[in-house]
Design a protein around this ligand. Structure first.
Ligand code: FAD
Length: 462
């Protein structure tokens, strides 16, 4: 029996980051991973492979839409799906191997296999039982489906199957207009599939700033995606050659159906804690399956912590990473901290969408007085030069103090632009602080500054 200060169960962004930080803080640490590769959902079947396919197909989109306009005429490429898949796999392998290297460098013991917790302070992997003063559950999440839908990962798939389809389908129905559905729907649309997104709510990207959601829907519609909103899917009927998605429109209860070669079920994810033995240990759980934790990520069992997708909060890799670092600090007797008010969210469509802080809808609900500074990318020279002037930056600031309360961006590089606002918010900055900061020209980030100027005396290029 090996003895550790910390055993982390799960090698995803929450778990592997936690393990590395624990080791850096001088704790004897092991990380257990059952899938045969480190990096979790994110690196193996999530963030990274989806971004590889988004990148490849974005280039294709650029060729179709913009090459000719720039004098790059007669450009033609053939899509080699098998090669695109192996590019995606190389990206995954490079990243997962990178974490193995970091484990060696930081002296984290990598225990390969599925872990369980037979008793407090013990972790069983295969036939071996290891002891640990502290155990961190970082077992992540799995795709959730709907009643009446049988996933086969062949033609009725979750995001995992959608990342590795044997061929590009002629048609696809995406159930759920959240981040994953829109990203993968975009991939297959750009590859030539006829894509229809069916969503229960009356707007796409639930929880996002309404104006941004509307703008994104308009742009994606222009790119050829079809949307059916306010539609409750009741099931998918499979036949040899096609799948039929049945749904009812909520506004008039009328029944409809739509056929597709492939159906992607992108209706969210649920925590994955099966097989750990949490029930026998008496670990308190929340009604939606998450492990219940306090402000220091401690569960109801002493010495047992939980982080990432397995607990409450946005299911995002960077949220899991931050919790991984913070809980490591707590275990090491330091002050781990995560600012849940400043966690950015990004959708990697073209254009990208990014947001942080409160939306206008939430500020209205809270009855808060705020100012809006909005700036269109139409006024940004760099965006115009590269045909990416669709979209805007919307900065929200407190009407009295000018303190930044939120920012919502749809436009080129939004996923990177959002971070200057995150840093500003961490430092309690005002919109004027951003407006007074010199921004290099010509960059997309000038649009953020202009939005900040628009919170005050006015943007220059509007
Ligand atoms: C298609 C897709 C795209 C996404 N894109 C993004 C994105 O762009 N940005 C973003 O921030 N987030 C994205 N996400 C979400 C992101 O992947 C998750 O939020 C993140 O991976 C959560 O990290 P985690 O460490 O909590 O769990 P996970 O990454 O799920 O890792 C948990 C690991 O624990 C292992 N495990 C589970 N139980 C055991 C056990 N008993 N023993 C041993 N090992 C075990 C699992 O095999 C898994 O590898 C995406 C998700 C999907 C599905």
């Amino acid at each position: 029996m090996a003895e550790f200060d910390v055993i982390v169960i799960g090698g995803g962004p929450g778990g592997y980051v936690c393990a590395i930080r624990c080791a850096q803080l001088g704790l004897k640490t092991a990380c257990v991973e059952g899938r045969g590769a480190l990096g979790g959902t994110c690196l193996n079947v999530g963030c990274i492979p989806s971004k590889a396919l988004l990148h490849a197909t974005h280039e294709l989109h650029e060729m179709h839409e913009n090459f000719d306009k720039m004098g790059l005429t007669n450009a033609k490429v053939k899509v080699d799906w098998a090669k695109m898949q192996s590019y995606k796999q190389d990206v995954i392998d490079g990243n997962t191997k990178g974490i193995e290297f970091l484990f060696k460098k930081n002296k984290v013991t990598y225990l390969q296999g599925w872990g369980s917790i037979p008793a407090a302070g013990q972790v069983k992997v295969g036939d071996e039982v290891h002891s640990a003063k502290n155990i961190v559950i970082a077992t992540g999440s799995e795709a959730a489906s709907l009643p009446g839908i049988e996933i086969d990962e062949q033609t009725v798939v979750t995001s995992t199957g959608a990342l590795s389809l044997p061929k590009i389908p002629k048609s696809m129905v995406v159930i759920g207009a959240g981040v994953i559905g829109l990203e993968l729907g975009s991939v297959y649309k750009r590859l030539g599939a006829d894509v229809t997104v069916v969503e229960y709510l009356d707007a796409i990207t639930p929880g996002m700033d309404a104006e941004v959601a509307k703008g994104l829907q308009k742009i994606l519609t222009k790119q050829g995606l079809n949307f059916v909103l306010g539609a409750a899917v009741s099931g998918v009927e499979k036949s040899k050659s096609k799948n039929t998605v049945k749904y009812t429109l909520r506004k008039d209860d009328s029944a409809h159906e739509i056929e597709a070669e492939v159906v992607l079920v992108a209706t969210g994810r649920k925590p994955f804690t099966g097989g750990l033995g949490l029930e026998a240990l008496g670990v308190e759980m929340l009604p939606r399956g998450q492990v219940k934790t306090n402000d220091h990520w401690a569960t109801s069992v002493p010495g047992l912590y939980a982080i990432g997708d397995a607990i409450v909060g946005p299911m995002l890799a960077h949220k899991a990473e931050d919790e991984g670092m913070a809980v490591a600090e707590v275990i090491a007797g330091k002050h781990g901290h995560v600012n849940y008010d400043v966690i950015p969210g990004v959708i990697y469509t073209t254009p990208e969408v990014a947001s942080v802080g409160k939306t206008e809808e939430v500020l209205k609900q809270e009855g808060r007085a705020y100012r809006v500074g909005k700036f269109s990318f139409m006024g940004n020279g760099r965006a115009k030069a590269v045909f990416q002037a669709d979209g805007f930056v919307k900065l929200l600031a407190d009407a009295t103090t000018d303190r930044i309360l939120g920012c919502h961006i749809i436009g080129p590089g939004a996923g990177d632009l959002i971070h200057e606002v995150c840093v500003a918010m961490e430092f309690g900055a005002s919109a004027q602080d951003l407006a007074l900061t010199c921004h290099a020209h010509p960059t997309y980030s000038e649009a953020v500054r202009e939005a900040a100027l628009a919170c005050g005396d006015g943007a220059i290029h509007a």
